[in-house]
Design a protein around this ligand. Sequence first.
Ligand code: SF4
Length: 317
Amino acid sequence: MANTEKRPLELLIAAPRGFCAGVDRAIRIVELAIEKYGAPVYVRHEIVHNKFVVENLRAKGAVFVETLDHVPDGVPVVFSAHGVPKAVPHKAEQRGLSYLDATCPLVSKVHRQAERHVAAGRHILFVGHAGHPEVVGTFGQVPEGAMTLVETEADAESVVAPDPDNLAFLTQTTLSVDDTAAVLGILKRRFPTMVAPGADDICYATSNRQGAVKAISEQAELVLVIGAPNSSNSLRLVEVAKRGGARAVLIQRADDIDFGWFDGVTHVGISAGASAPEILVREVVERLGTHFAITEREVATVEENVTFKLPRGLEAA
Ligand code: SF4
């Protein structure tokens, strides 16, 4: 079909989108570890929640496992960007394994805050999603029982604090900005003396991507979010787009596109979660170009220039 016969479709591409500084750093750590130590390098859990990234690193010599029990003696192991409970590096040390910690520095910051609250004798209310590796890692920084999970506004209304006048809160880094504000509003009302250092711990990348998706969802009938079903920040982008008034779908790759979604649609928003590489965005744009006469417009809400240092010893690799 000649391009002129295709129906016009305007693509509104959110900026910022895709890789954040923490994901970029975690992937570099695995690549540099393979360069420095040679393959295989073991990685505990998906280094970031994206199948494409994981497959690429696997092809270079990374081996992904869920527990240290599957790491043979004498090979280096990398901990994923989501962070790990303290017991994990402890166990690695006991086994004499050399490890590299790819925990995002913004997650590590929450870990240190948790330690400080416990040292000050405060109980922590932690706003996050049960079972997410970041939450498991953060809970694993403090003794059992020192932290209580609050997932929803209903939880915030009903949570029972051991000592209501000696509390602090912390949050997961990849939550919905709006939902978290509502949950924290309830907690602050119920526990006015709760220590609330600054705002929440939602990271710059999460809030910037949500802000950009909000902007495109107001102008598009349909928003495609590229990301993995287990990627917290990608799922939140879908929710934000829906709240903005658009239909929104999470896709992993261009192959997931159903062209039935586009009936009556003239403007499509596109974004990508913090663990989805730009190459997947381009793949989606190109696939849409095979069916429609596309025009692209980037909708930029903020400029990002955050980078994180690599662990010592790897910079030189
Ligand atoms: S989403 Fe935020 S906390 Fe998670 S790796 Fe990226 S910068 Fe770090």
